[in-house]
Design a protein around this ligand. Sequence first.
Ligand SMILES: [Zn+2]
Length: 170
Amino acid sequence: MSVRSAKESVAVPPEIQSRLEAAGLRRTLATRAVLGLFLANPQGTLSHAQALASLTARGLGVNRVTLYRLLDRLAACGVLQRHADDGARTWRFGLADTGDGLAPRFECDACHRQFRLTEGSAPTQAVASDLFRTLAGLGHQGLRLDVAIHGTCASCVPDAATGPEPEPQP
Ligand SMILES: [Zn+2]
């Protein structure tokens, strides 16, 4: 077993560390390596196969079943978010929100990068508070609202030749 990957280890933010501890997840070499993949590219999402390939490329042989369980456990304890990838009929994983502000998430269906729309967070937060108040009035306890927009990012939009004119900048 190689220890070369130890020098690549990325610092685990305290919010993530506390979620791992709350879930009783031990920080094994595999856990740190998997977290490192996501922390190194916080906007990115990875399928199970891509995560496996990246780990293998780093010289870390992780059993594929172990990796499935690990990704599921990290999603269950709120460290990762799991999204259905409709096209490929698989799951994609990305870092979950750790801040307490609610920012809508935009995911490009072509390259699977995620963008946080932080400018939209104040009005979205107002909508969220309103929804939580409505739920509370009915006796329900809302905990989390995930706002996700799917589409095609600026880099993946096909050539604008057939598209609409870009909006004039003020
Ligand atoms: Zn894209």
